[in-house]
Design a protein around this ligand. Structure first.
Ligand code: FAD
Ligand code: AMP
Length: 473
């Protein structure tokens, strides 16, 4: 007889495992199908994010920042180190340990919540039915009242630069270099390209980023992206905008050919990272008879509450519309698991924070100034520079700014944009304020500890009404 569950989730990335844990908390008999093969060739939970995405990239960003600091920044603190060495395999090994700890932690959580992990491939057959093909053995049909698709995304590959797994790699390969390439090319100066480029640049590679678009970080508030661009180029990142890669010749060197406003160009590198975006993972996800609706961009079609066109089948995370961010998928997973338990569930897509974990970090929530201008929304903006923040100066991290944008009539927060130290953490306050419908005045009236970086958020909010204290408004 077919195995029977209340909830079957396909995919154990952040969206899927959050859905599964909340479903189990809600009293549902839950199974998760996932066939990801992680480090050491063993199945691992956590999907892209834990195995080859958010976590390993942050581990390497941290290590490379420490190395860079030891080499360049400690002398200013009066700390003199004779020689700073680099052991890349040890760095990669530390990253693998962090990943292993976290993926193992999800396995423990599954046990604690009595969630069954079915290791293999899942395919939707239709309402209430999934085919489960184990990594080894025969496929079987499992039944579930509710099915949640959470199969995530994959790196986009381009014909101009076919991956060879050695010298031309995607973001996964870029997390595994065993030594520092002398010259590194990165195609795409988006979030992943900038993070990976930063890691290897801090470790000593000469990095060139080739970005097809004319503007730098188009989704970021223009004032912040300008500031970040200035800081990145000062660090030595060679960011070439309006540069569309057309082909790569793999000889002794890699010759990367691209076109920009001046015509055909090329650059020689030793390794090349292709970071041109990600696409939803729907290959083999549903049988044709299931008639799962996929939209024109390849995402599983869902409504506001992540219902697909098939009764009892939901989809969450990178495989559906919206930003490809782990926390967006997590919240969708929780929403769906609560909705099927007849509880309240919602995701406020207007207050999803974004973070780029470079140096400086870039974080934002809500609308950019350019988007508000284009939409004709009346607004007021205030900003505050970290150069006037005591804690930032004490940390030697005084680059960047906080910008707060509020509605000109209601003063309600419309967007907060940060470039600078710990922007990833500072943005949380802005998200909370926006979620509660708070105003710039609210943020300006909240007590912020002194001296902290968060005082810059406070001052930027005060600056909306030209009342910042440490600034000539
Ligand atoms: P995934 O994490 O992609 O998980 C999907 C899982 O489903 C995988 O395990 C896959 O093997 C499995 N699967 C797919 N099809 C099937 C099938 N048919 N049967 C069984 N299993 C299947 N986001 C952030 O928010 N912050 C960051 O700092 C960040 N950094 C990143 C850095 C890098 C280098 C990369 C590549 C991504 C980063 N992201 C970051 C994006 C983040 O990883 C994704 O948004 C997130 O992983 C999406 O979660 P998900 O659960 O939808 O899918
Ligand atoms: P993201 O979507 O943040 O991962 O960024 C991917 C970036 O890659 C986008 O900014 C694209 O403009 C860029 N891109 C895509 N194709 C090419 C190409 N052939 N050459 C250079 N940049 C590209």
């Amino acid at each position: 007889m077919a195995k029977q569950y209340d909830v079957v989730v396909i995919g154990a990335g952040p969206a899927g495992y959050h859905a599964a844990i909340r479903a189990a908390q809600n009293g549902f008999k839950t199974a998760v199908i996932d066939g990801f093969i992680g480090a050491e060739g063993k199945p691992a939970l956590g999907g892209t994010c834990l195995n080859v995405g958010c976590i390993p990239s942050k581990a390497l960003l941290e290590s490379s920042e420490q190395y860079h600091k030891a080499q360049h920044d400690l002398a200013a603190h009066g700390i003199l180190i004779d020689q700073v060495g680099l052991d890349v395999p040890a760095m990669i090994e530390r990253k693998a340990k962090v990943v292993k700890g976290l993926t193992g932690g999800i396995a423990q959580l599954f046990k604690a919540n009595k969630i069954e992990w079915l290791q293999g491939h899942g395919k939707l057959l239709g309402s209430g039915e999934v085919e489960f093909a184990p990594i080894k053995g025969k496929a079987e049909v499992v039944k579930a009242k509710h099915i949640i698709l959470a199969t995530g995304s994959k790196p986009i590959e381009i014909d101009a630069a076919p991956l060879d797994g050695e010298r031309i790699v995607d973001s996964t390969g870029a997390l595994e270099f065993q030594d520092v390439p002398k010259r590194l090319g990165v195609i795409g100066a988006g979030v992943i390209g900038l993070e990976m480029g930063s890691v290897w640049s801090r470790l000593g590679a000469k990095v060139v980023l080739l970005e097809a678009q004319d503007s730098f970080l188009a989704p970021v508030d223009a004032q912040c992206s300008r500031d970040a661009y200035r800081q990145f180029t000062k660090q030595g990142l060679d960011i070439r905008l309006g540069a569309r890669v057309t082909s790569v010749n793999a000889g002794k060197n890699l010759s990367v050919h691209y076109e920009d406003k001046d015509g055909k160009q090329s650059v020689q590198v030793d390794k090349l990272i292709v970071a041109v975006g990600r696409r939803p993972q729907t290959d083999g996800l549903a049988a044709d008879e299931a008639n799962l609706l996929i939209d024109e961009r390849g995402f599983v079609h869902v409504d506001e509450q992540c219902r697909t066109n098939i009764p009892g089948v939901y989809a969450v995370g990178d495989v559906v519309r919206g930003p490809m961010l782990a926390h967006k998928g997590m919240e969708e997973g929780i929403m769906v698991a609560d909705l099927i338990a007849d509880k309240y569930g919602h995701v406020n897509y207007d207050s999803v924070p974004w973070v780029i974990y470079t140096h400086p970090e870039i974080a934002w929530v809500g609308k950019t100034e350019q988007a508000l201008k284009a939409a004709g929304v009346p607004y007021k903006a205030g900003s505050f520079s970290f150069a006037a923040n005591g804690r930032a100066l004490a940390m030697d991290q005084s680059g960047g700014l906080v910008k707060v944008i509020a509605h000109a009539e209601t003063d309600r927060l419309l967007g907060v944009h940060i470039v600078g130290p710990m922007a990833s953490e500072l943005i949380a306050e802005a998200v909370v304020t926006m979620e509660f419908g708070g105003s710039a005045e609210d943020l300006g009236r909240i007590i912020h500890a002194h001296p902290t970086l968060s005082e810059s958020v406070h001052e930027a909010a005060l600056s909306v009404h030209k009342q910042a204290i440490h600034k000539a408004n």
